[in-house]
Design a protein around this ligand. Structure first.
Ligand code: GLA
Ligand code: ZN
Length: 669
């Protein structure tokens, strides 16, 4: 691993001078400087320009772009350009083109389009990365490599099928074990030959894009696709490292994107980077959670905010404008949660093609006289004044929330007990409950060291693979508090039920047995009552629970045949306790639990009005408290500290502060 050690906070974004005549480049250099922009991400989609034909490489334009950026003292994030195939390659070597879920064989078009198991792609993509590293690897302004772009999607072609068979054979060794893992005697799918294995798209065992007749097979295909694309990344990384051993390498991720197991990927990235595009309806708590997930990928290490729009995102249903101040508040939210860079897509708005209505620092008007430019410049100057004060600062969390891509896949492939279950929503409702009280949470993988935390929450821990229950058992025995919910402990790594009663291997830890689960229609709410008489509601799925040593914390209210039976239980186990939440709780019920946990573990928390966030980063023992108003209103917030210094204004702040619409304060405490 190379340590990403940026000297200053990168403030810049995707820059595509190849789409413009050179006079415009000169203008850009001057205009961007006025916004204190200090870096540019280049070459993201330039493969066709760099390699006009199979045996011809042409770096003339890229040389010029690098030179003008260097001359004007911009730092460079250099992409490897392999995110879109050149036309000649797609035509001459059709194996590079993907076959989609519907079995359609693609032609030259769009981007993020290479078959990951194409021999042609695997030959030419690292070759290009290698040539780029040889040519630019020692450039003095190069600060980061950016491999490909937003790896995504799947391929179901014959090359992928062949590679999948090899992957399956390496994992299971014999076809009998495969039959058993995928439960292939169901519907008479018994396999006799490795060649019988077919990628699960809609021509075979795929059922809609996210359901599967054999989830065990579909989950393995997801694992295989994630690994295949990761191999593409590794190929290019190795090619770069032949000529450049010191510059950090990343690829830009997409938050909770389902297709790739980012915890596995993170091990290959020197620094995490990601693209943040909240929609109009995205709760700020979900954006916060996604930042925390990106920070969690490398165990709390700060990340790059590689992309965000300065104003609007044209691919969303409605290209809403970030309101005055909102781009700034969302940027500081990223920084509050661990971003050490603030970057945009894009620096200059393109004149044609699909993203011409996507926001940019320099608009179609081509001047600095725009609201968006002024707001970008304000932010740029503020970040420049902050220097590296916040860089590398960490978070202190006593609460962890488990996020696990295999569970994400398994839970959503499952047909029944309800189609309403969505993994990210389930994780987010717990995150949001902590967020409402401004309690710091780390997002962690299943194989993390739980012992660092007082409380580990693993909602819908549906798939419990070998060893997972043992890690939880150890953690609780040693004094930890573990919380899980309905639909937990259900299946093994292949989506086969842990027989003998739910929640399978978690049963002794939780001290309960779940006999049945009742699925409710979306609008239905069912009352519950906590042991302290607090009344609340639950929904979606109701577990019918028998106690096996656990205590009742809440029971179902009247109305159903399982009225008065337990819905929330706690179990003393060793020196710790295990909590089971047998249904999806409404906000007030989750708030009730979080309030109790906050007291129990003396968690640092702040009471604030809705959508006013308080998040703290620590530089050694120096605390930086971000107070962010995510609303368009003026809001007053009472803080529990004596005088503090606001780093953005250098003013002393008293206990009660007033925040402007989308206002931000960074208090040094
Ligand atoms: C993604 C891509 C960019 C651009 C933006 C537009 O994040 O990485 O190339 O298409 O979306 O929002
Ligand atoms: Zn393929």
């Amino acid at each position: 691993m190379v340590e990403a050690n940026f000297k200053t906070m990168l403030f810049g974004g995707d820059y595509n001078p190849e789409q413009w005549p050179e006079e415009i480049w000169l203008e850009d250099m001057q205009i961007l400087k006025q916004a204190a922009i200090n870096s540019a991400t280049i070459n993201v989609f330039s493969w066709a320009l760099l390699q006009p034909s199979e045996n011809e490489y042409d770096f003339t334009m890229l040389d010029k772009i690098v030179a003008i950026l260097e001359k004007n003292h911009y730092q460079i994030i250099l992409a490897t350009a392999t995110a879109a195939l050149p036309g000649w390659m797609a035509r001459r070597y059709p194996d590079v083109n993907r076959t989609d879920f519907n079995g359609q064989v693609h032609k030259f078009g769009v981007r993020h389009n290479a078959c990951p198991n194409s021999p042609t792609f695997r030959k030419y993509s690292p070759l290009l990365a290698n040539k780029l590293a040889a040519r630019y690897g020692q450039s003095k302004n190069l600060v980061c490599w950016h491999i490909s772009n937003e790896y995504e999607g799947e391929c179901f072609c014959e090359n992928c099928a062949k590679a999948f068979r090899v992957w399956v054979k390496a994992k299971y060794q014999t076809i009998e074990v495969v039959n058993d893992a995928w439960n292939m005697n169901f519907w008479g799918h018994t396999l006799y030959d490795w060649e019988d294995i077919v990628p699960p798209n809609c021509l075979a065992d795929g059922f809609g894009t996210d359901r599967g007749v054999f989830p065990g097979l579909s989950i393995d295909y997801k694992r295989f696709m994630s690994d295949s694309l990761l191999q593409n990344y590794r190929d290019e990384k190795a090619a770069i490292r032949q000529f450049d051993s010191k510059t950090p390498i990343t690829t830009n991720m997409m938050g909770t994107y389902k297709g790739l197991d980012y915890f596995k990927w993170a091990k290959e990235l020197d620094i995490i980077s990601w693209d943040n595009y909240p929609d109009l309806s995205t709760p700020v708590s979900l954006t916060a959670m996604t930042h925390d997930l990106m920070r969690g990928l490398k165990n709390g290490q700060p990340f790059m905010l590689m992309e965000q729009t300065p104003s609007q995102q044209n691919a969303q249903m409605y290209s809403w404008l970030k309101k005055p101040g909102q781009m700034r508040s969302l940027s500081y939210q990223a920084v509050a949660h661990g971003a050490d860079t603030v970057q945009f897509f894009q620096l200059r708005r393109s004149k044609g093609a699909t993203e011409k209505f996507h926001g940019a620092v320099i608009d179609h008007s081509g001047t600095t006289n725009t609201r968006v430019f002024r707001e970008t410049a304000q932010l740029g100057h503020e970040l420049a004044a902050l220097g590296n004060t916040l860089m590398g600062a960490r978070h202190h969390s006593k609460v962890a929330l488990v996020f696990d891509w295999e569970n994400y896949w398994a839970l959503e492939y499952s047909i029944g007990p309800t189609f309403l279950l969505k993994y990210v929503e389930q994780i987010h409702q717990y995150y949001a409950a902590f967020y409402r009280q401004n309690i710091s949470v780390d997002l962690i993988p299943l194989d993390a060291d739980f012992s660092k935390y007082d409380l580990v929450v693993a909602p819908v821990l549906y798939m419990v693979k070998e060893g997972v229950d043992e890690a939880i058992r150890r953690y609780v025995k040693q004094g930890g508090t573990f919380v899980t919910t309905f639909m937990s402990g259900m299946v093994n790594q292949s989506d086969n039920i842990h027989l003998g009663g739910y929640p399978g291997p978690l049963r002794d830890i939780l001290g309960i047995w779940v006999e049945e689960m009742d699925a409710l229609p979306p609008e239905e709410r069912y009352p519950i009552e906590f042991s302290d008489q607090t009344i609340a509601e639950c929904r979606m799925l109701c577990s019918i629970v028998h106690l096996e040593g656990a205590q009742v914390k809440a029971s179902y209210g009247a109305g159903k045949f399982y009225e008065k039976t337990p819905v929330v239980t706690t179990h003393q186990f060793g020196r710790g306790q295990a909590v089971y939440v047998g249904s999806m709780l409404v906000e007030s019920a989750l708030d009730h639990l979080v309030t109790e946990w906050a007291e129990m573990f003396a968690l640092e928390k702040y009471d604030t009005p809705k959508d006013i966030e308080i998040t703290t980063r620590y530089q050694e023992n120096q605390a930086y408290v971000f107070v962010i108003n995510h609303t368009p209103e003026v809001v007053k917030v009472a803080l529990p500290f004596e005088e503090t210094l606001d780093l953005l204004t250098n003013e002393v702040v008293l206990k009660e502060i007033e925040l402007k619409p989308f206002g931000v304060k960074i208090l040094q405490k």
